[in-house]
Design a protein around this ligand. Structure first.
Ligand code: ARG
Length: 599
């Protein structure tokens, strides 16, 4: 049994078969109106249609024939023919005990295990890691963990942006700003002065210059091609930038609790490009276009309207062709993405590649995926863009700092930690913080609270939805926030610690009180939430589940004394608390959030 809904479905299917009905309509699900029913089956309507019967009458017949009384009493018929189920206390207690004894806290594995690459994070060398990459990192990390937990073989790959035009741009900018790079000895000494701060300042200067100065832009294009052809000093300059950026990004990712299995970048796919271009050519897919070489991906008749400079509107193919080799002979963003597919097919043999990247890159991925399928590198269905909306400022536009710049990830985490310290000191002043907390533990708690606040604020929205950055709200200990979830987890830990200190043992779970019932039903819902998060690549289903668990535990705690109750009741409640803690910790881990021991 995966969960109570699947047990009810199986029992209902047996009833359908007994009545000569198509068992495919027998599915029973968790009701989305828990105030009206715990579980609901609405297949009587479809079955009645197929059998030419009245839905309500058929529903009543099904209810009358229901005989899995240990699982649930006969269902109630409601509305046009819904079957409403309420499970027995026995079935619920059994289910809670299974969850309590299961290391996976009641979560099933996928039936067919797949090999999956999750491409996420994607920061760019020299540009530093800013909040634009925050959502990719947070959502991607969670998707990776969800896939792995369900039993797939999973590789997370950072896919660093380290090979495109911005590299050529940085090289000419460094040449101009540092000067005298032709001499090998002088070069090494000068490159040692390159720091992350320097790169992060130099990039916007270079980008601005390239927008105004055509000859500078041309030099940058040529430098890109030269770098890719292995020229010096381009390669040496590139390596210096790459190493400085990479070290900083590894530090930022670690602080955010984001871990990759593969720390690869666009440049790692470069060696595969010459053969790939030959292959595309041999397959007749490459076309010349104004000195560049492209692969057309639009199907006949797929067009969009395009406005020309003189105002006339023409129909052009859509999606745009994929640019494979620029007129300077360099590889583009799409080229490295296509070559990376070839590389992954060779190295990981994936059944699925998920790209957790800003929704605004949807067109780019559509071009790459179609080109990959046309070239027969991988099936189109094996490639999926898991897009997301933006993190906005209160003005509704992508978030900027007060000075108008992009916020660096490092600074964001620092700000969140400072807020967390404030909140913890408030709690301390009110006597709500655990006693004898050392400065080191205080810092550890502040860091965990900060990361929980940032991540949960992001993951509690469906990924496609944009949300407004509001650190004060994210950091509240009340409401649907990361800190609230940590607070509930820590509360359970503290209860279980006290029980242990008093040698009070957990025992068999017996669901009796309504609050216990609600909590056990929520525990049973984990598998469903996990499956939804997996199928839809949407961690917010698990964020919702974590919040529901925390809330139901809080209600249970308010209504059902744990340590002050007696005997079997106390043992049951301790076990129920233990099961909740295990599942909550697991769910938070799948979101990339780690609760402290106390706070
Ligand atoms: N570096 C890119 C950016 O900053 C994101 C990379 C996403 N992944 C990919 N395979 N293209 O926009």
């Amino acid at each position: 049994m995966k969960d109570l809904a699947s047990a009810l479905s199986a029992a209902n299917a047996a009833v359908f078969v007994k009545l000569g009905l198509d068992a495919r309509h027998a599915d029973v699900r968790r009701s989305d109106r828990p105030d009206l029913a715990e579980f609901q089956g609405n297949g009587a309507m479809a079955a009645a249609k197929a059998a030419g019967k009245k839905p309500q009458e058929l529903a009543s017949q099904i209810a009358a024939a229901w005989d899995a009384e240990a699982l649930a009493p006969k269902p109630q018929v409601a509305g046009p023919g819904f079957l409403n189920f309420r499970v027995t206390e026995g079935a619920l207690s059994d289910r809670a005990r299974v969850i309590m004894g299961d290391a996976r806290a009641g979560a099933a594995l996928v039936e067919r295990k797949r090999r999956v690459v999750v491409d996420y994070g994607g920061p760019n060398v020299a540009k530093g890691m800013h909040v634009g990459h925050l959502r990719a990192s947070i959502i991607g990390e969670s998707v990776k963990r969800i896939y792995r937990f369900r039993g797939d073989e999973v590789w997370g790959d950072a896919h660093f942006g380290d090979w495109g035009f911005q590299m050529g741009l940085m090289i000419v900018s460094i040449e101009d700003e540092l000067g005298g790079l032709a001499d090998k000895n002088a070069l090494d000494a000068k490159l040692k002065t390159i720091t992350l701060d320097y790169l992060e300042g130099a990039y916007p200067r270079a980008a601005a210059k390239a927008r105004e100065d055509v000859s500078f832009r041309d030099r940058a294009r040529k430098a890109t091609a030269a770098l890719q052809a292995g020229a010096e000093p381009h390669r040496t300059i590139w390596k210096a930038m790459h190493d400085v950026s990479m070290a900083a990004q590894k530090r930022d990712f670690a602080s955010l609790g984001v871990n990759f299995d593969l720390w690869l970048g666009e440049s790692d796919a470069d060696p595969l490009i010459p053969d790939m271009v030959k292959d595309l050519e041999a397959k007749g897919l490459l076309e010349e276009d104004q000195g560049a070489r492209i692969v057309r991906v639009a199907r006949p008749g797929e067009t969009k309207k395009k406005k020309l400079d003189d105002g006339t509107v023409i129909e052009v193919e859509s999606p745009d062709p994929l640019l494979v080799v620029s007129s300077e002979g360099s590889a583009m963003y799409g080229t490295t993405d296509l070559a990376t597919i070839v590389q992954r097919v060779r190295d990981q043999k994936p059944d699925l590649i998920l790209y957790v990247v800003d929704q605004r890159q949807a067109d780019h991925f559509e071009q790459v995926y179609r080109a990959a399928a046309k070239a027969d590198y991988i099936a189109r269905e094996a490639l999926e863009h898991v897009g997301f909306g933006t993190m906005n400022g209160t003005d509704g536009k992508p978030f900027k700092t007060r000075a108008g710049g992009v916020l660096k990830l490092n600074d964001l985490i620092g700000q969140a930690e400072e807020k967390a310290r404030e909140r913890l000191r408030e709690a301390e002043a009110e006597g709500r913080l655990a006693k004898d907390i050392s400065p080191a533990e205080f810092e550890d708690i502040a860091h965990k609270v900060a990361i929980a606040a940032i991540k949960f604020a992001d993951l509690s929205n469906f990924r496609g939805t944009s949300y407004v950055f509001d650190l004060d709200r994210f950091m509240s200990f009340e409401g649907k926030t990361g800190p609230y979830l940590l607070y509930q987890a820590v509360r359970i830990k503290s209860i279980l610690r006290k029980a242990k200190a008093e040698s009070l043992e957990p025992g068999a779970i017996e669901i009796a009180h309504e609050a216990e019932r609600a909590l056990a039903l929520t525990l049973d819902g984990f598998n469903h939430a996990l499956a939804l998060a997996y199928d839809k690549k949407a961690p917010h289903f698990l964020a919702e589940h974590a919040y529901a668990l925390a809330r139901e535990f809080s209600a249970f705690y308010d209504h059902c004394p744990i340590l002050t109750s007696e005997g079997a009741v106390r043992a049951s409640r301790l076990a129920l608390s233990g099961a909740t803690l295990k599942q909550l910790t697991l769910t938070l881990d799948l979101l990339g959030i780690e609760p402290p021991e106390r706070m």
